[in-house]
Design a protein around this ligand. Structure first.
Ligand code: UFG
Length: 344
């Protein structure tokens, strides 16, 4: 592989979505340069990536909000064609308790990276946004034109603010081409079970809670509410396999690489286009893994939206990307990953 013109800095490259993306980048012929401070990621993720790829990857340990540190990375590597910026705090509940931590970290890192892009003539950035920007949409499925709703949490607000920062930079004719990917609900793990999600403490998200309950780490799963306006009363989301999501980043880089304009802002929904309820997830998990899950119905969780799923036509046509793996695939892979952890 050429040492030139395929290098991409991946901030948060040891994290859940980052690690899967690093694998897909290498598979597609890119040369990922991982930058991670390992605050919410484990060194074992790097070993997992290297086992899958049967090669070493480049890793810099440090904070991507640190201008001097990042300048050193760029100087060391040269020929960086773009950046994928995953690194961010992401716990919705914690962000309500510690808003300054979230506003400082999540915006500072993006600002630093944008400054460095101008200083070093790096033109392409892919940013991790979220379907949280839509809140509870008035019309489903949501398209990229659906109105943004006031954020439910400081975390969600940082995603909105970062999108605005990027859009303002493009409007100022700063020479950057931006893709913001609005992720729906990523789940699952690499089919090899070498990398996957490593939640800190008690998981907030559904699927890690399901797999930990099945593994006996948690006593039982509580389904947060069954009186919503859905086919079985439980909330509905668009769950996307993390490997499909990872591939969307490769497509986004390819798309940016073809741009001749100097300054563009592009937003895409990245989901499957199909909604599944909490009970759909539980039933599918039980079926595909032949396990009985201990769960109970509890009250609604504050701040949950009732239902949201994506219209993915724009990503299908413009990025030439679409999700290929099913909910069943994701839940099989999530369970295989959980079992691999238990053995440690
Ligand atoms: N759920 C349960 N029990 C649990 C955990 C979750 O019933 O123990 C339910 C939730 O109520 C929700 C669904 O499972 O209906 C999915 O919940 P997650 O926490 O996995 O995902 P969310 O859709 O709430 O959160 C996701 C991202 C956040 C983002 C948010 C915004 O994880 O980063 O979408 O919509 F902010």
């Amino acid at each position: 592989m050429s040492k030139h013109s395929s290098k991409v800095i991946v901030t948060g490259g040891a994290g859940y979505i980052g690690s899967h993306t690093v694998v897909e980048l290498v598979n597609a012929g890119y040369e990922p340069i991982i930058v991670d401070n390992f605050v919410n990621a484990e060194k074992s993720a790097i070993q997992g990536i290297e086992t899958i790829l049967e090669r070493k990857v480049t890793v810099y340990e440090g904070d991507c909000a640190d201008h001097d540190f990042m300048k050193g990375v760029i100087a060391q590597e040269s020929d960086i064609v773009g950046l994928i910026h995953f690194a961010a705090y992401k716990a919705v509940g914690e962000s309500v308790k510690k808003p300054l931590k979230y506003y400082r970290n999540n915006t500072d890192s993006l600002l630093t990276l944008l400054e460095l892009m101008v200083e070093h003539n790096i033109h392409h950035i892919v940013f991790s946004s979220s379907c949280t920007v839509y809140g509870q949409p008035d019309k489903l499925p949501v398209t990229e034109e659906s109105p943004k709703k006031p954020a439910e949490s400081p975390y969600g607000n940082t995603k909105q603010i970062c999108e605005e920062i990027l859009e303002d930079c493009v409007n100022s004719e700063m020479p950057v081409n931006v893709v913001a990917l609005r992720y729906f609900n990523p789940i699952g793990a690499h089919v090899s079970a070498q990398i996957g999600e490593l939640p800190l403490g008690v998981p907030n998200n559904l699927v890690p809670f399901v797999t930990q309950t099945a593994a006996g780490i948690r006593e039982k799963l509580t389904v947060f509410g069954n009186d919503y306006n859905t086919h079985d009363g439980t909330c509905l989301r668009d769950y996307i396999h993390v490997v499909d999501l990872a591939k969307a980043h490769v497509s986004a880089l390819n798309y940016l690489g073809k741009k001749s304009e100097a300054s563009t802002y592009n937003v895409f929904n990245i989901g499957t286009g199909t909604g599944s309820t909490v009970l759909d997830v539980i039933n599918t998990f039980e079926d595909v893994n032949d396990i009985k899950l201990n769960y109970t119905i509890g009250p609604r969780r504050a701040g949950d939206v009732e239902k949201v799923y994506a219209n993915v036509d724009y990503a299908n046509t413009e990025l030439n990307w679409k999700a290929e793996l099913s909910l069943a695939d994701a839940l099989k892979d999530a369970w295989r990953w959980q079992l691999s952890l238990k053995k440690d």
